[in-house]
Write a protein that binds this ligand. Structure first.
Ligand code: SF4
Ligand code: SF4
Length: 439
């Protein structure tokens, strides 16, 4: 085990609240119905390949896309397609979704069988067919990340087990429950990427996870577990790369540009499981917690399960939920309805009561500079906030709004309770709209 002495600039110390760290994953029953949206990743939405009335089985493809940056979508249940509906995603877009009434039998589709491959290209194609996207919350299609780059040499595979957001323990549970799968996935990926240096980053507040993986990694001189200082947002790609390698990803560039591929522990583990069984991505471990939840738990949930069913499985609410967040409290997205489904990249569902969930009232900026100090991307959040509020496109560009990783550190430290990250998200949406209008 190695210890990282490097730490990125900025960031904040947040309370960990990892209440579910010792909660072994429990499998949720098959829900009565699932709603599976045709966009659950960064990139192009999928087109439906089923229609109302069709009988589907577990693992059957129900959505595909011819676009490169996309990932196919599979049915998580066996049953009947009862409707094609529309759901609103986190960017406010309406997305087609397949509603399937489950028959409870969970019959497996005939396409699901251990895959056979004889070269890297075939394995990469299989990973695409598995529907895998980044399971740490980012949702970037994995096959794109792993595709060989003619002009770029990858020499380090980073496995992200940092899990720096409060509450979430989904990655932690993967490490302690399925550590062998992670090592097996790493071996497959080392072969595919042709790298012989793997660094697994884990924050120092998870000693058991560090121990479990260090014991296994000790069998290889190519894999090292690195203990990282707990500091939010340690698990963000750019921060993690710096803490583990000292390499800095320049603005507008990708990890590939500094010779690194970063994969979440759950994604790595999934690759190993998929190669063994051929079962595509149809389920997800979700941490369910928050002050309004009766029984905080880690739950294995079928993708498309309505959020309300998941909370019900955890004993329901002990107080009226005021805000439901998908993801962590720092970077997660508030959900407008308990009918919304669990997605491929859902790693947590948090329910807050009014006291803990209400957005504090804003007061004028006092120019204290705390947000500037906290920003790990060296941005000036107070100016981004001003320009976003006034819809000033030039100002948003001048202060590099697109470099914001939406970590929320600035909002967390602001004594005036300015809704900094909310406004910056809106500012980024304005910039995206403007660039789309130009093309
Ligand atoms: S400006 Fe963006 S990157 Fe910087 S602290 Fe705020 S949310 Fe994080
Ligand atoms: S932390 Fe808040 S009050 Fe201080 S400069 Fe930033 S926006 Fe203004």
């Amino acid at each position: 085990m190695l210890i990282s002495k490097k730490i990125f600039g900025g960031g904040v110390t947040v309370p960990h609240r990892k209440n579910t760290a010792q909660c072994e994953t429990v499998k949720m029953d098959v829900p009565e119905k699932v709603v599976i949206p045709m966009l659950q990743h960064v990139g192009a939405p999928c087109q439906l390949v089923v229609k109302k009335g069709d009988i589907v089985r577990v693992g059957q493809v129900i959505g595909i896309s011819s676009k490169y940056v996309s990932a196919p979508i599979h049915s998580s249940v066996s049953g009947t397609v009862t409707n094609i509906v529309q759901v609103i995603n986190s960017s406010g877009m309406y997305i087609d979704a397949v509603e399937i009434k489950a028959d409870g039998k969970q019959e497996i589709h005939e396409s699901v069988k251990p895959p056979v491959y004889s070269n890297d290209a075939e394995l990469l194609e299989l990973i695409k067919e598995s529907g895998l996207v980044g399971l740490g919350g980012a949702g970037f299609p994995t096959h794109v990340k792993l595709a060989p780059q003619v002009d770029k040499k990858i020499d380090i595979l980073i496995v992200n087990g940092a899990e720096c957001e409060p509450y979430i323990t989904a990655d932690y549970r993967e490490i302690v429950e399925n550590s062998w799968n992670i090592i097996s996935g790493i071996n497959i990926l080392m072969d595919l990427l042709k790298v012989d240096n793997v660094l697994i980053g884990i924050e120092d507040n998870k000693p058991e996870a560090i121990k479990v993986l260090t014991d296994l990694a000790n069998t290889s001189d190519k894999i090292n577990v690195v203990k990282l200082k707990s500091r939010y947002p340690q698990g963000a790609e750019k921060m993690l790369i710096y803490s583990l390698t000292g390499r800095k990803v320049p603005p507008g560039k990708l990890p590939l540009d500094v010779g690194v591929v970063v994969m979440n522990v759950n994604s790595v583990s999934f690759v190993a499981e998929y190669v063994k069984t051929g079962m595509p991505l149809i389920k997800k471990r979700v941490t369910v917690d928050g002050p309004a939840v009766m029984n905080p738990s880690n739950v294995e949930v079928l993708i498309g399960t309505p959020l309300g069913d998941v909370f019900e499985f955890c004993g329901g609410f002990k107080t009226e939920p005021y805000k439901i967040i998908m993801g962590g409290p720092m970077m997660g997205v508030a959900q407008p309805s308990l009918q919304n489904p669990v997605l491929k990249y859902t790693n947590a569902l948090l329910a807050f009561d009014r006291e803990s969930g209400e957005l504090p009232k804003e007061s004028p900026c006092i120019r204290c500079g705390k947000c500037v100090k906290a920003c790990p991307m060296n941005l000036l959040p107070l100016f981004l906030n001003l320009n976003a509020i006034h819809g000033n496109i030039d100002g948003l560009k001048k202060y590099n709004a697109m470099d914001c990783i939406e970590c929320g550190s600035c909002s967390y430290v602001c004594p005036a309770k300015r809704h900094l990250v909310h406004s910056i998200r809106l500012g980024k949406a304005l910039l995206k709209k403007e660039s789309m209008n130009k093309t």
